[in-house]
Design a protein around this ligand. Structure first.
Ligand SMILES: C[S@@+](CC[C@H](N)C(=O)[O-])C[C@H]1O[C@@H](n2cnc3c(N)ncnc32)[C@H](O)[C@@H]1O
Length: 309
């Protein structure tokens, strides 16, 4: 299977990093290496450290970036470990960090990875293939309440209760094994006028993927670590694809860019909190109409940029 992925908000995020050719940079989400290539092309004596928890991404992108291999360190790890992995390399702080969250088109479009309702494969959805928890386990073992909660919270799925009930009932006679089986259960939980519309299962697939990969909980912790690892004037660029992801980044950036956190009724500051970043983007940058036309998967993307003080 060919590795296909079109980098989202590429020009905007690379410009946002404000790259110094001698600096140290981290790409937390290597994927197809599209953003990494643009970063490394700008480096002279600088260095790029690339993370991905998917070995397929590392295998592909390390070939694509072969020409620049002397300037790159590839790390097969969760970006949640950015602090310990950088320490292991003897690096304290870096000059810029990029995280382009979510899944790559390669992961979605490869049936065996079991991510998509568009391709039939065993329910899987793990970005890290060595991890135990997969979509099969969740769909066949989580309680009706847990399933409904995940679908509602992470997928904003209005039909979450009906879908969870149906999943639990059907798995009593036989495990739900494939993406197409799950897709059909989801769609059949909708009223008759919605039948034959497979894309209705999109939100539930997204919700289960978020749960499999612990995406929101990891992000919440990782953003804090990323900010800590920046040198003065270092930039953090984060591209999100889900409102809950964007909320985590927005709230963390707001907290870190605010001086006093005392409630308004307190006349004099007693918290002594000081901002340690400034916001480069007050409002998130979104794809241009041209990008949206050429890459529909960029539709929900939002880029936020902060600079360390
Ligand atoms: C949207 S793709 C990145 C695409 C890349 N920027 C490009 O231009 O080709 C996201 C990648 O990040 C990886 N990923 C997602 N969450 C991760 C995490 N917590 N730690 C490490 N890698 C992660 C996924 O496996 C996937 O390959």
């Amino acid at each position: 299977m060919e590795f296909k992925h079109i980098s989202v908000l590429k020009d905007e995020s690379i410009a946002g990093l404000n790259i110094n050719p001698d600096g140290l940079y981290v790409d937390c989400t290597l994927g197809g290496g599209g953003h990494s290539l643009e970063i490394v092309k700008k480096l002279t004596t600088g260095r790029l450290i690339c993370f991905d928890k998917d070995t397929d991404a590392l295998a592909f992108a390390s070939k694509k970036l072969e020409e620049y291999k002397d300037k790159i360190t590839f790390i097969n790890s969760n970006f949640l470990n950015i602090d310990t992995e950088l320490e292991a390399l003897g690096i304290d702080k870096v000059d810029g960090i990029l995280a382009d969250l979510g899944v790559s088109s390669y992961q979605i479009d490869t049936a065996e990875r079991g991510f998509s309702f568009m391709h039939d494969g065993r329910l899987d959805m793990r970005m890290d293939k060595s991890q135990k928890l997969d979509a099969y386990y969740i769909v066949n073992n989580y309680s009706e309440e847990e399933l409904s909660k995940i679908m509602f919270l992470y997928g904003e799925e209005k039909n979450s209760r009906q879908i969870a009930r149906k999943i639990v009932k059907l798995r009593e006679s036989k495990p739900i094994e494939t993406t197409f089986e799950l897709r059909d259960i989801i769609v059949s939980s909708y009223p008759p006028k919605f039948q034959g519309k497979p894309h209705l299962s999109n939100k539930v697939f997204q919700a289960i993927r978020i749960e499999v990969n612990n995406e929101l909980k990891d992000l919440e912790i990782a953003v804090e670590k990323m900010l800590q690892k920046l040198n003065k004037f270092g930039r953090l660029c984060i591209i999100t694809f889900h409102p809950l992801e964007d909320r985590i980044v927005k709230q963390s950036f707001k907290l870190h860019s605010t001086d006093c956190l005392c409630p308004p009724r307190i006349p004099k500051c007693i918290c002594n909190h000081h901002a340690d970043i400034k916001l480069i983007t007050r409002h998130p940058t979104v794809p241009t109409d041209n990008e949206l036309l050429s890459n529909t998967r960029s539709a929900s993307a939002k880029l936020r940029i902060a600079e360390k003080l």
